[in-house]
Design a protein around this ligand. Structure first.
Ligand code: SF4
Length: 81
C-alpha cells in the first residue's frame, strides 16, 4: 500500500497521526501532515484507510499496489509533501 497527502488540503488536525502514528507525522513548523519515509509500504491497509476516512480535509489518498505513486520523486510514498 502507498499513501499520499494533499498538503494544499491538509488543515493540520492530526487525525492521521492518531490513526497511524507509524506512518504519519506532523511538521513542527506548520502542523501539516508528513509521511514517515518508507513506512507507508509496510503499513496495514486498515490503518491507512482509517486515517483517510478520519481526515476532515479529504487530504489522504490510499493507493493499491507497490508501484511508484505519480509524483513520488523520492520513492517514499509521499506526494506533495
Ligand atoms: S488528518 Fe488530514 S487534515 Fe488532519 S493532519 Fe492528517 S492529512 Fe492533515
Amino acid at each position: 500500500m502507498q499513501v499520499s497527502i494533499d498538503q494544499d488540503r491538509c488543515c493540520g488536525s492530526g487525525q492521521c497521526v492518531m490513526a497511524a502514528p507509524d506512518v504519519f507525522d506532523q511538521s513542527e513548523d506548520d502542523g501539516l501532515a508528513l509521511l514517515r519515509p518508507g513506512r507507508a509500504r509496510q503499513a496495514a491497509r486498515a490503518d491507512l484507510e482509517l486515517a483517510a476516512a478520519l481526515c476532515p480535509a479529504g487530504a489522504i489518498t490510499v493507493h493499491e499496489g507497490h508501484g511508484t505513486v505519480p509524483g513520488d520523486a523520492d520513492g517514499t510514498g509521499a506526494v506533495g509533501a
